[in-house]
Design a protein around this ligand. Sequence first.
Ligand SMILES: Nc1ncnc2c1ncn2[C@@H]1O[C@H](COP(=O)(O)OP(=O)(O)OP(=O)(O)O)[C@@H](O)[C@H]1O
Length: 613
Amino acid sequence: MSVSDQTIERLPSSLVSLGRSLRLGYRASPGLIVVAFVTTVVSAVPDALLAWGIASLADSVLSGQGTEILTASLLLALLATATWLLNILSERANRRFADRAAVVVEAHIAELQASVATIEHHELPDHLDRISVLRDHAPALSDLYQKLFGVLGTILRLLITVSLLVFVHPLLVVLGFFVVPSVLVSNWRAGKEKEAEEDGAQHDRLARHLFLTATSAEAGKEVRVAQVGPVLRERRRQAWVRRYKPLARARWISAVYQSAALTLSAGAFMAALWYVATRDDAQAAQVLMVLAAGSRLSTYVGQTIGEMHFFRTIWLDCSRRLAWLEDYVQARKRTSDQPVPTELRRGIRLDGVSFAYPGTERLVLEDIELTLPAGAVVAVVGENGAGKSTLVKLLCGFYAPTAGRILADDTDLSRTDADRWRQRVTSAFQDFFPFEYPLRRSVGLGDLPRENDEAAVTSAVDRAGADVVVAALPHGLDTQLGVDWPGGVGLSHGQWQRVALARGFMREKPLLMVLDEPTSALDAETEHALFGRYAEIARDGGSKGTGRITLLVSHRFSTVRTADLIVVLDGARLVETGTHEQLMALGGQYAELYGLQAAAYQDGSAPSGSRGH
Ligand SMILES: Nc1ncnc2c1ncn2[C@@H]1O[C@H](COP(=O)(O)OP(=O)(O)OP(=O)(O)O)[C@@H](O)[C@H]1O
């Protein structure tokens, strides 16, 4: 996909999105959605006919006929009871349906997100905005259905009420037209305000981020030492003003239009009342009907405006974003016509690979020609920003190369199923996620089918050197991790990193094991000892097993030097490859970096994280 293709896609139209949300609701619970729809809409009929019931009763009272009074009273009671009963039924049906829909909608969003093979939607700011709105408002999406049925019910009430008025005098139909501007304005208003909110989404995200930074425990220490609290608060205020100003302006403008539209319909109602009451053949019952129906007309308009506003807000906020996410997932579905190899014979080859992050032009990897031999332990080194982690992301299938191919033996990875490839990859990253489960699970989910396999979990823990963590915990593998949970225990960063490493060791026969600075929180000696063990296991697995490649990204040359192959990246380019001895003999960039770190270690100036000779 070219860089220009990566610009953000337009949101699908409101109608298309609504149709899809309705289909999703129907799939959630076909029976309940029908009951909710029917009861909500049907309850509009007796409710709107109440005005007619009141007028009939007034008429019968004026005529003084006992039977007519009784019939009219019964009719009114029937209409009131039916309205009440149907309202209760529709309320319950809608609630139950919303509860079910909430579960299905959230599961659908989670599944969609997880099924995108790449991770650009987690890294592109515009995509992040859309997804964060969708995630924040997903629970409200389940209320969409009730709002939609409610709006339909109110529209039916409006139609019945206008028909009643026409029954009094055909000219009163114009009252219905005077209501139209209010409905149109409310519809336009919701869209306008949403537009302003959307334009300010980035400022909103920044304000929330600054608020979290100023208040979260993680940032607490640095915020205090650097004394940036006041600056964060001021920047947050500015971001909030930038977000709020256009929104407030849109709200003021729409309020003016709405007031004008409501004044128009109120004026028309008063004129109609005056017209009916001052006619030569004016009847009290008719005046009462106009009074009752007309006043309800304004109630219904008010309700339509309120519901339409809320409905449009949810509709615009969530429904269209959900439809966008569905399209996004669909568009990124890869056609996989090649199976993932079961073992590596030659290795993984990068054939002219270049890469620019979506939405950017700058190549962060450029024309990389490299073979990672089967069974080898490969170390990737380079200065900050050289492209090491990006290379790892491409190898894990999180992104596809902008140009060139990655081949596992002869299989082009872009033609395989990304999930199946990742089933043969294990990883441990510097920016690991602390899964706050019991320790056994936090490790076990590295290989879900063997999550409950005690021997597999213990072996992974041992290989990762996390046995010291287990030994220090009150309930060993059964200890709940994370202080937010009952009985939960807090781990240090280094302990968490060992747990993440153990998770990375769960899969039995990976083709690729990626270690992207997985031991940065440990001291150099521990890293060196651990990596010695990994390399041993890797070479065993590589030669006797599947040809597994172990790829290590590290800034510590004491560890790097033991690798079978060292790859040096510099400013997006591959500049050197070879063993430690070959690269030292070459006297190039590797030798220079190695020499600098060795010298720093000898004179004691190296940061503890990088020492290791
Ligand atoms: N999500 C992203 N979007 C755009 N550019 C990115 C993104 N992630 C990284 N980059 C850029 O890609 C380049 C390579 O980054 P990368 O993380 O691969 O470097 P690295 O060699 O792993 O650095 P370090 O040693 O600091 O971890 C950097 O210039 C970085 O700014």
